[in-house]
Design a binder for this molecule. Structure first.
Ligand code: PDD
Length: 277
């Protein structure tokens, strides 16, 4: 494992940030999470597109060019000796005395690389349970902002109930998970919330959409309600970190479909794994 902050590489447990860093004090920044397979961050360009877009939307000018960011990521991989790992990258509005208005300082850049956070094989093989949870987030969920308090509170509520993920419900509609996109399968078609300010446009979602298109599986971007989920044949969630995880139960409701991972989730996961390994 290895860390980086504003030009300096260091061990993960070494203090690197001054106390008046706006990511630390305000959550004033954006981030990306990349999975590295055999030395290659998966869908690197798509992640970088989203990073610059998110920064732009909160008016942070990233001090590094794309090529510079790629160079720093490469150096992090090289120095860590990890060819498979998880890279976390965060850009903040910089270091300045604590005051709400934007300071005239350069943005900060921090990264970590760690070995993959492996899930127990049962997660993918047997599927998981979810907890439906009110979506208490702001209305700019398409920005990959550092402010994750509603997400972590919902995730912990799910963990407290023995569930793998919290899935948000806003205005009677399922949006997405606390750290993943969410899908149902009905009559052989995948359905998921359309891209909007109510969800994060996941990069794994983009990969799954391409796989579905190539496999001739309809990918319908149309929101659905909890009742439609309860009537679905299958459900699953995706993120860069967990890839694709089948969802087989809903807390307080019971099984989805037959209560085991469905054939479409299994096939999509097989193809996702084949793309990356
Ligand atoms: N989370 N929706 C939310 C709210 C997320 O936080 C994430 C990812 C996703 C999936 O995005 P992607 O497919 O690009 O990983 C959807 C990351 C992994 C995290 O917070 O650690």
């Amino acid at each position: 494992s290895l860390a980086y902050f504003n030009g300096r590489f260091a061990a993960l447990d070494e203090p690197l940030l001054p106390i008046e860093e706006r990511g630390h004090q305000f959550g004033d920044g954006v981030y990306e999470f990349f999975r590295v397979y055999e030395g290659q961050p998966f869908m690197l360009e798509e992640h970088l597109d989203r990073l610059y877009r998110s920064a732009d939307l909160i008016r942070i000018e990233i001090g590094q060019s794309r090529e510079e960011l790629k160079g720093i990521m490469d150096e992090l991989m090289q120095r860590s000796g990890l060819s498979n790992g998880d890279i976390y990258l965060q850009v903040t509005r910089g270091i300045a005395p604590r005051n709400h208005p934007f300071p005239a300082v350069p943005s900060s850049l921090s990264l970590t690389i760690k070995p993959w956070r492996e899930l127990p094989p049962a997660t993918h093989q047997e599927g998981v349970g979810i907890l439906l949870h009110p979506d208490e987030r702001w209305l700019n969920c398409h920005i990959k902002s550092l402010n994750l308090l509603p997400n972590i509170l919902a995730k912990q509520a799910a963990v407290d109930q023995g569930c793998f993920e919290a899935v948000f419900v806003r205005d009677g509609i399922i949006t997405e998970g606390s750290s993943a996109n969410f899908y149902l399968v009905q009559n052989g078609a995948i359905r998921t919330h359309p891209l909007s300010n109510r969800i994060l446009g996941g990069i794994a979602r983009e990969a799954i959409q391409r796989i579905a298109d190539a496999a001739g599986i309809p990918f319908i971007e149309e929101a659905f309600s909890p009742d439609e989920l309860f009537a679905a044949d299958e459900a699953f969630l995706t993120s860069s970190g967990v890839e694709l995880v089948p969802v087989v139960t809903v807390h307080g409701h019971g099984s989805i479909g037959s209560g085991v991972p469905g054939p479409i989730a299994i096939e999509l996961y097989r193809q996702y794994a084949a793309l990356t390994r």
